[in-house]
Write a protein of this length. Sequence first.
Length: 219
Amino acid sequence: MQTNLIGRLGALAAAAILLFPVQAQAQGTQATASSHAHDHASSEVYEGIFEDSQIEARTLRDWRGDWQSVYPYLVDGTLDPVMADKAAHGDKTAEQYRAYYTTGYQTAVDRIIIIADTVTFHEDGKSVHGTYEGDGYEVLTYKAGNRGVRYIFTKTGGDEAAPQFIQFSDHRIAPAISDHFHLYWGDDRAELLEEVTNWPTYYPAGLSGEEIVKEMLAH
């Protein structure tokens, strides 16, 4: 728009050109401030600090893709650098963190594929699938005082062996494409909400173990 105005007003061209760097600098400052505010807000949400008013509904689209369990990487030692890093910054030893995450990550479902409303669970070379629809969300408050949101989906069809309910938790509380998630599944909606010690965790199937380590260390 300034270019058009400069072309039309001619006599004000010099003034417009002189003003432009100041305006650009102001806009850049505003953009930087906005980015920092967004990063700060995202960090707080990741840590479980947010208001109910910030929570928004989500669809399975946020978790679509081919996902792998990280449990095998914990078992084979690939995630040892992550445990060492947690020990360096936390209040437990690396072995204590390993025990904690062994309980958390443990699962026999090594792969999950989500396409549209269909979720396929892979275990020992076999698979079952179900179709799911949104069933709202629940806000949980943990012992540490932080909070989390479980996004819940109910089975509408598919294999009988597929779980009736699945619940996603990925440190997000509004629509966004997930980069990893914790998944809870079973046939009792309320009972699943009580589960806070075992949270099978999935990262994109295309990532190597070393790449997953880098992703974890970045958080």
